[in-house]
Design a protein around this ligand. Structure first.
Ligand code: SAH
Length: 263
């Protein structure tokens, strides 16, 4: 006997979970463009760039189901039910999510819910914001001399969920890993003080807002001044904080630049 009667139901309907990338429509994959063009219903997150939607047909129903931290947002349960209803009624449903659908976007939960209700799910990758942020600064996230790997981490834990232990993470990063922190501008004080318990204050950091979009902005500095850096440059969400030695060259360039302007 099957323990999960829902999972054993025959497959009915199909949803594509598609990564819209960091915002620049030119960073969409060909698969994503094809899916958007074929969709009859597009369920769109609020971090999806407007330009991406130009690929949709005029007849496509576009539903914005944003879930921005701290703002009025569509409850996740509602999004689940909407996807299910549209898929079951035979629509070609594309769930368009910022970046990659399976990196911090609750795409995993959405896929699980749909599959448990007998809906077929296909995932199409997108370029995740952390990668786009590094490219915005033209720096590598790994480097044979500075970084053997990358940690993608969220600065915004689920309410009531287990909190990250930043000093432990800092110790791992000190082994030669670059930290790429999502959803962290509002929790930067906690990130800074937690990491400083293990990492030197002089560790290079960068904050990139709106990576890949025309309004992209960034600031470069050191961990000991992360919060000040964000405030001084008036950076806000959506942004990525990058931390690690891969930023050293960039930091030196910025310092030289500042000296040249002061001279
Ligand atoms: N699935 C997405 C992440 C969703 S979580 C991805 O793979 O990129 C939302 C967080 O992503 C934001 O709080 C911010 O930290 C980051 N983000 C998304 N788009 C961004 C952009 N264009 N520039 C900088 N950060 C971005």
């Amino acid at each position: 006997m099957n323990a999960n009667p829902v999972a054993s139901a025959s497959v009915c309907g199909r949803v594509m979970l598609v990564g819209a990338g960091p915002g620049d429509p030119e960073l969409l994959t060909l698969k994503a463009v094809r899916a958007i063009r074929r969709a009859t219903v597009l369920l769109v997150d609020d971090l999806v760039g407007e330009g991406v939607l130009h690929y949709a047909r005029r007849s496509t129903r576009i539903v914005h189901v944003g879930k921005r931290g701290g703002c009025q947002s569509t409850p996740q349960a509602f999004i689940h039910q909407l996807m299910l209803r549209e898929a079951q009624s035979g629509e070609r449903v594309v769930r368009l999510k910022g970046g990659d659908p399976l990196v911090f976007g609750r795409g995993g939960e959405e896929a699980e819910y749909l599959r448990a209700h007998g809906v077929e799910v296909e995932v199409v990758n997108g370029i995740t914001a952390g990668l786009a942020a590094a490219t915005a600064l033209q720096i590598p996230l790994t480097h044979r001399e500075h970084a053997h790997g990358v940690i993608l981490v969220t600065g915004h834990a689920k309410q009531g969920g287990a909190r990250l232990h930043w000093p432990t993470l800092a110790a791992a990063a000190a082994q030669g890993l670059t930290l790429v922190i999502y959803m962290s501008v509002t929790t930067a004080a906690e990130v800074q003080s937690g990491l400083l318990r293990t990492m030197p204050a002089s560790t290079p950091v960068a904050v990139v807002q709106h990576a890949s979009l025309p309004q992209q902005r960034h600031a470069i500095g050191v961990l000991g001044e992360l919060v000040t850096l964000i405030a001084q440059h008036r950076l806000g969400s959506p942004a990525i904080i990058l931390i690690g030695d891969v930023l050293t060259g960039l930091q030196q360039l910025t310092a030289t630049d500042a000296q040249m302007h002061a001279a």
